[in-house]
Design a binder for this molecule. Structure first.
Ligand SMILES: NC(=O)c1ccc[n+]([C@@H]2O[C@H](COP(=O)([O-])OP(=O)(O)OC[C@H]3O[C@@H](n4cnc5c(N)ncnc54)[C@H](OP(=O)(O)O)[C@@H]3O)[C@@H](O)[C@H]2O)c1
Length: 303
C-alpha cells in the first residue's frame, strides 16, 4: 500500500531518485516543499490516501485562532500535508473534536479522525487499549502528550507528587508502546516516536523530577527499540518551543524568557512547533533509524 500522493507533481525529472526514496512508507511522506501540492492533488491520490493506515498522534494541542499550537498539532498538520491518514488524541474529547474540525478546515482533502483518551487515570492501560481498538491497525505512533511540568524545589517533591508527575510523561508512553506495538505491522516501516526534552541532558534548577523522567525516556527508547524490533522506536528532544506548554506564564514573563533564549542559542531564534515537527516526520519515514534521539533544540545543548 504505497501511496502516490502526488509527488510527480512536485518533483522535477532530475530529482526522480528522490521521488523513489521518499515514497517509502505506507503513508507517503514527502519533502516539505511538496506537501501542500500533494494534499490538493488529484482524485487518484485521494483514493490512495483512503487506503493508508493512520498515524496515531497522542496528544495534540491547538488553541484555535492562535499561532502557538502544540507539537502534536504541528505533527498532525505535517502528516496530513504528506498524505497520511491521521488519528489524534488528547484527554479531552471536545478539544479533540475541535482540533479535528480545524485540521479538516485547513486540509479539506485530508483524512483525520480523533478520540479522547485521558492518560492520567489508573486505568491508563485499558484506556490505551480502548483507543487502539478504535483506530485499528496503524503505521506509525507519535507520542507528544505532556501535562503541567512538575518543576518544584526538590524539598517540596513528595512521594505522591513524584509518582503523579511520571504518569503521563513516563508510564503512559511505555504503555502506548506496549499496547500500540500490537497494532503496528512487525516491520521496520512501522515506527513509534516518543518525546522528551533537553532537560534530560542539560539541568535546570528545580527540574529534578521532570529531568528524571525526561532522561528515563532515553533509556526507554533504546530498550524498546530492541524489545519491539523490527518496529523502530525513536525519541525527539525539543529545546524551548513556543507552545501552549507555557500558557501559565504571563505574557511579560514569557516574552522575557523567549528573548533570553533567542539571545543565547546558536540559531538565534525560538523554535516553532512546525520546525520540530520535521524531526518526527524524518523519524517516521526513515526506516533505517531506530533507538535514536533527535535533538531539535536550537542548538541549546551546546551553550
Ligand atoms: N514546548 C516546549 O518548549 C517543549 C520543550 C521540550 C519538551 N517538550 C515536551 O513535548 C511534549 C509536547 O509539548 P507541547 O509543547 O506540544 O505541549 P502542549 O502544547 O501543552 O501539548 C501537550 C498535550 O498533551 C495533552 N495532554 C495533557 N494531559 C493529558 C492527559 N492526561 N492525557 C492525554 N493527553 C494529555 C494536552 O491535551 P489535553 O489538555 O487536551 O489533554 C496537549 O495536547 C511535552 O511532553 C513537553 O514536555 C516541550
Amino acid at each position: 500500500m504505497i501511496l502516490k500522493g502526488g509527488t510527480q507533481n512536485c518533483i522535477s525529472p532530475s530529482e526522480s531518485h528522490l521521488e523513489r526514496s521518499i515514497i517509502i512508507n505506507r503513508i507517503s511522506i514527502e519533502s516539505p516543499q511538496c506537501r501542500l501540492k500533494s494534499i490538493t492533488s488529484s482524485s487518484e491520490s485521494m483514493s490512495s490516501l483512503s487506503e493508508a493506515l493512520p498515524v496515531c498522534i497522542s496528544s495534540i494541542n491547538t488553541q484555535l485562532n492562535a499561532d502557538n499550537t502544540g507539537l502534536g498539532f504541528a505533527v498532525a498538520e505535517a502528516s496530513l500535508e504528506s498524505g497520511a491518514f491521521v488519528t489524534i488524541s488528547s484527554s479531552s474529547s471536545s478539544r479533540v473534536e475541535s482540533s479535528v474540525e480545524a485540521l479538516k478546515k485547513s486540509y479539506p482533502a485530508g483524512k483525520v479522525q480523533g478520540y479522547g483518551c485521558d492518560l492520567s487515570k489508573p486505568t491508563v492501560e485499558k484506556d490505551i487499549e480502548d483507543l487502539f481498538t478504535k483506530t485499528g491497525k496503524v503505521d506509525h505512533i507519535v507520542f507528544t502528550a505532556g501535562d503541567k511540568l512538575a518543576s518544584v524545589p526538590i524539598q517540596e517533591a513528595t512521594y505522591e507528587f513524584i509518582q503523579r508527575a511520571g504518569q503521563v510523561r513516563f508510564i503512559a508512553p511505555l504503555l502506548v508502546a506496549k499496547v500500540g506495538s500490537r497494532y503496528l505491522e512487525k516491520s521496520p516501516q512501522s515506527s513509534i516516536t516518543l518525546t522528551t526534552g533537553t532537560v534530560a541532558e542539560h539541568p535546570i534548577p528545580n527540574w529534578s523530577v521532570v529531568a528524571s523522567y525526561a532522561a528515563g525516556l532515553h533509556g526507554m527508547t533504546k530498550n524498546l527499540a530492541i524489545d519491539l524490533k523490527p518496529i523502530r522506536v525513536n525519541l525527539v528532544s525539543p529545546g524551548f518551543v513556543d507552545t501552549e506548554l507555557w500558557k501559565d506564564m504571563s505574557t511579560g514573563e514569557k516574552e522575557e524568557m523567549m528573548k533570553g533564549i533567542a539571545d543565547k542559542v546558536p540559531t538565534g531564534k525560538v523554535a516553532k512547533p512546525e520546525d520540530v515537527a520535521e524531526a518526527y516526520l524524518w523519524l517516521m519515514k526513515d526506516s533505517n533509524v531506530t533507538g535514536f534521539v533527535a535533538s531539535s533544540d536550537s542548538g541549546s545543548r551546546l551553550v
